[in-house]
Design a protein around this ligand. Structure first.
Ligand SMILES: Cc1cc2nc3c(=O)[nH]c(=O)nc-3n(C[C@H](O)[C@H](O)[C@H](O)COP(=O)(O)OP(=O)(O)OC[C@H]3O[C@@H](n4cnc5c(N)ncnc54)[C@H](O)[C@@H]3O)c2cc1C
Length: 289
């Protein structure tokens, strides 16, 4: 994306928005570095924790907490790691997956089914110690997983929540992607929503000089798609990271029959999003305004 876009777009690495002031003719953006610029439109695509969203739409996000805390990082591969992913399930609402990565690397996903307690605000060091406390007793590959976790800088940790906004634009500032509607990794469709959101927003902005109507159409096209994507039942995390022996038996039994056609179809209907519900406009003939 960077190479073709950089012909027409000025990238500012290491920069963030400090403040925005908008009026009828444009938006003045004051950057953290101390410089200011004037723009026609500001598009915030800063992900689930978007600071610009919080500045422009204070208290408008009503997050839906999914009661899942996850960590994702890479550890060195050993001769023990084959071609297949391996999943570890136990009781107590915790679980982990080891997935083959590139060359010398194995990807680790760790999950905990629990109510959020602000863990996403903690320092990385505290988050790693928290995972150690939760997983060090669990056996399996956790000694080397935890050892690798403390050595890696490539560490992702978050408490999963959907972003729920009644509107995605205010004047000349518009949100897109996870900043507007994060569906969480549980949905399996966050990247699709982000790419399609960018496509529709760019398409509508290029169709007209009437900004309010372009933003209204963007929202009208994207709402059904986002609603579909965010429709992950909260029961899914509870099933994947069971707390009780009965829950674990149900999960293992389900896994055992998961490959049969009937179960596959039932799960697909329950879990997979229906992309056909959304009609995407074709902007191919749109002349740039
Ligand atoms: C572990 C995990 C697994 C996932 N698996 C899948 C999957 O299998 N399929 C799928 O479709 N989706 C998946 N997703 C979701 C997907 O990654 C997101 O939905 C998607 O990346 C959202 O794109 P985005 O551009 O809106 O936000 P992001 O990808 O979050 O990008 C936001 C960017 O903004 C930058 N930024 C943040 N704050 C500022 C600031 N103040 N100023 C400037 N820049 C800022 C960030 O550094 C980042 O580069 C997964 C997510 C995770 C965490």
């Amino acid at each position: 994306i960077y190479d073709p876009a950089s012909q027409r777009v000025a990238y500012r690495f290491g920069e963030t928005i400090h403040a925005l002031e908008q009026d009828a003719s444009g938006v003045t953006v004051h950057f953290a570095s101390g410089t200011s610029e004037r723009y026609d439109v500001v598009i915030a695509a800063e992900g689930v924790g978007s600071p610009t969203r919080e500045k422009i739409f204070p208290d408008e996000n009503k997050p839906k907490w999914m009661d899942i805390t996850i960590a994702y990082f890479g550890i060195p591969k050993t001769t023990d790691d084959g071609e297949f992913s391996r999943q570890y399930n136990t009781i107590g609402g915790i679980g982990a997956t080891l997935k083959p990565g590139r060359e010398d690397n194995v990807h680790v996903y760790m999950g905990m089914q629990k109510k959020p307690e602000g863990e996403n605000e903690w320092s990385t060091e505290r988050q790693k110690l928290f995972l150690k406390e939760k997983f060090s007793h669990a056996g399996w590959h956790f000694p080397r997983i935890l050892d690798g976790m403390f050595k890696t800088d490539d560490f992702y940790f978050d408490v999963l929540r959907q972003v729920r906004m009644d509107r995605w634009s205010k004047g000349r500032v518009v949100l897109t992607g996870d900043a507007a509607w994060c569906a969480t990794p549980l949905s399996g469709i966050g990247t699709t929503l982000a790419v399609v959101g960018g496509y529709v927003l760019a398409g509508e902005l290029s169709r007209t000089e009437d900004l309010p109507s372009a933003l209204a159409v963007y929202e009208r096209v994207m709402r059904p798609f986002v609603k579909e994507g965010q429709g992950v039942p909260k029961i899914v995390p509870r099933m994947l990271w069971p707390h009780s022996r009965i829950g674990l038996a149900v999960l293992r039994g389900t896994m055992r029959v998961a490959g049969t056609p009937l179960v596959r179809k039932t799960f697909s209907n329950l879990y997979l999003r229906d992309s056909k519900k959304v009609e995407l406009p074709n902007y191919a003939d749109t002349s740039t305004v």
